[in-house]
Every structure is written in structure tokens, then in C-alpha cells.
Design a protein around this ligand. Sequence first.
Ligand SMILES: Cc1cc2nc3c(=O)[nH]c(=O)nc-3n(C[C@H](O)[C@H](O)[C@H](O)COP(=O)(O)OP(=O)(O)OC[C@H]3O[C@@H](n4cnc5c(N)ncnc54)[C@H](O)[C@@H]3O)c2cc1C
Length: 398
Amino acid sequence: MNCDVLVVGGGLMGCATAHELAKRGHSVIVSERNAAPGLETTARSGAIIRAHYGVPELVAMALEANRRFENFGALFGGDAGFVRSGYAVLVDEHDVGTLCANTAMHRDLGVRVDIMDAAAFQSLAPGVQTADVALVAYESHGGYASPALTVKSLSAGAMSRGAVFLYEAPVTRARRQDAGWEIVLADGTLISCGQVVICTGNWSVPVGEIFDLALPVTPMRAQIVVLDRPAPFQGPMPVVSDLINLAYFRADGPKGMWVGSSDSADLQDFHAPPLGNEAIPHKSGADDDAIRAAKAKAALRFRGLESAAASTVQRAFCGLYETTPDWQPIIDSFDDLHLAVGFSGHGFKLATVMGEEMACRVEGNRSPYPTAIFDLARFDAGRTIAAQHKYERAKFLR
Ligand SMILES: Cc1cc2nc3c(=O)[nH]c(=O)nc-3n(C[C@H](O)[C@H](O)[C@H](O)COP(=O)(O)OP(=O)(O)OC[C@H]3O[C@@H](n4cnc5c(N)ncnc54)[C@H](O)[C@@H]3O)c2cc1C
């Protein structure tokens, strides 16, 4: 088989890259080790869309990503299930200075964010308990999308423009040719291609080895609990990032609420990267402790859930963040080999922006995005990325 570009990995990053390349007229093959696209980290994503980050380069890309989700149908075709619910960051008096510094930086970059006190936020979101809240940053354009719909729309759009998706087709070997690459799949199929884009999430260590690259991407187990919302507190709600109790919440359908932890102490369950193409063994359900903590944090923040015992668990599960040592992505190119891996919890929102970034790199052009700081060499060179202003408790997460 021949193509201009082989995209390795059919998660959201690979689907978005294939979509953009096919739209620009390139012949594209996507090789995916699973039987369908988007079944790994993408499938378990919170899919929250917001621009609130501490690294300006990430803010700029997240802002563009947010615009894209708001206009998804016109830009990409199909539906991403985007709900513009609004996105709120809640802090107490310890983090007021950091919130103000971050939002000033966000505004300079063009983010529309309002700063409000607890009473003003209360009128926007009456179900939220705000007695301990000193200040709120509110992005009215933020929200969340549907991983399944987004994957479906981008992969279908790529296919309708000629991209070929090969399933149960992991890449196992790669040989550099005079021009481009010869790639071998597990069943022996040979693919000749001019360029390769690697989008393999938590498999980036073994896939990197195939291409003689050491990619520091480590799976990290994140536990998610979806609670029932009591009757007075159903319907629309903003995404709430609670930097006081270190949790985040968003609607999960009209009656459910997704609860995740943003406590760095809970985000230390690292797994060894896989050795090859096999599944990554991990406990797929959530631990009792995590379920208890999610209920307790929801009880502190939402009216109607004041007693943790009052909430019912709809489901509780785990996803694997594909983390790098500084929790920032690796976006880089080595001649005709391009990398979009290790998004460390930010990759859902950034995928379509990365699709454009990868297409520009394939075409030998600079993209409009400030991606230079995300190079692979930063880890060895001691140039790891850090937020300009760190929240007291959430630390590196924002
Ligand atoms: C619990 C949780 C919540 C999250 N919440 C958010 C959020 O709110 N907002 C946000 O922006 N991001 C969020 N993220 C992060 C986001 O979901 C990920 O960054 C993103 O989905 C990564 O997409 P990906 O395509 O890079 O990886 P994946 O979806 O893991 O795809 C990689 C693909 O590569 C394939 N592959 C591996 N090896 C090979 C091979 N040899 N050959 C071919 N294919 C191969 C795999 O089978 C897989 O399908 C969250 C993540 C988790 C776990």
C-alpha cells in the first residue's frame, strides 16, 4: 500500500490529523491497533473545553480549540456534541492572586473571561454552594463535548475525503527509505509513505522505539465517578473546577454529574508503559476510596447533595492519562517524522488544532500555533514547562 502520510494511532489525535490532511488533498492511511477508532484514552475523556491554563502557549491553542468546538459542524462536518455550559474556576482567599494573574494573561491572549464574586456566580449557578468561595473566573464560552461523537465525525469526515482507516493493524516495524518510510504492520502488510505522524498516546514508548525515538510518555490512572443529581438540581450546569476541594464537575446527561479529582496526590498512580502493542493492564473500575472522596467533594459543593450518603453512583471507572514528565505534550518533527503525543489530560480539546499543526508540518510550513516549547529535546535540556502562576493546592495541574 502507498500513501503520502501514514498516521499511526486512531485516537482523537489521529482522527483529527487524518481529517485535516485529507481535507488538504493528501492521501492518508491511519493504522490503529484496535478494532475501531477512539477506544483508548479518548473514550474515557472528560472532553472539557476551556482556556484556563497557566502556560500561555497552551492558552492560545485552547482558545482556538474552543472556537472550533463552537463551530464544529461548519468547520468539520457532523456533530461533536458540544455543550456551551460555561466553565468556572472557584478559589478561596489563598489563590485569589493566582486567579487574577492567570486571568489577566488569558485576557491578553483574547480569552473572554469574567471575574466575579461568590454572590454573582451563585445567581448564574444556583445549585452551587459558594460559602467558602472568594473569587470565580467564568469562561462563558467553555463547556464539554462528546468523545464518541467527535471521533465519529472526524473519522467519517476523513474517510469521506479518501483517508483509509486500517483496524487491528498495529505498526510493528519501520525502515527509512531514500525518500520516506516503509512501514510493516503486525499482519505483514507493507506501507510505503512519504511521511509519518505518530499519535499513539500511551503506546508512545514502544512506538517511539520502532522509530528510534525515546518518548517519555507514562500511563497514569485517573478515577472518575458519575453521580446522580437530585431532582431540584438537574438540567444545565456549568463545568466547575473547584480549586478549593480539588475536584472538577460537569453535567453527564440531564441527571448525572461527572466528578474527577484535581488533587495531585490522587494523580500518582503511574503504570509502566506497554512493551509492545498489547493492552495496558490496569484496574478499570474506581476504588472505594475514590468513590467516597468524589461523593464527599460533591456534597461540599452542591446543594441537594449536602450529605455524601444522599448521592447515588451511576458508574465509576478509570481512564489512563498519557503523561510526560512536565504534564505537557510533545509536539515535534524529525524531518519526515512528526509527533503529537503525551497530551497529559489536555488532548481532547487540542486535537483539531493539532490536526492543523501536523498538516502544516507535513507540508513544510510553520503553523500559526506557538508549539516550539513542546519539543522533545526539552526534557534532556532541562527546559521543562511550568505554569507562570501556580495555584497553591492544584499546583501543576493548571
Ligand atoms: C479521565 C480522563 C479525563 C480527561 N479529560 C479531558 C478533558 O476534560 N479535556 C481534555 O482536553 N482532555 C482530557 N483528557 C485527555 C484526552 O482525553 C487525551 O489527551 C486524548 O484523548 C488523547 O488522544 P490520543 O489520540 O492522543 O490518544 P488515544 O485516544 O489513547 O489514542 C492513541 C491510539 O493509538 C493506538 N496505537 C497504539 N499503538 C499503536 C500502534 N503500534 N499502531 C497503531 N496504533 C497504535 C491506540 O490503540 C489508540 O487508539 C482526559 C483524559 C482522561 C484519561
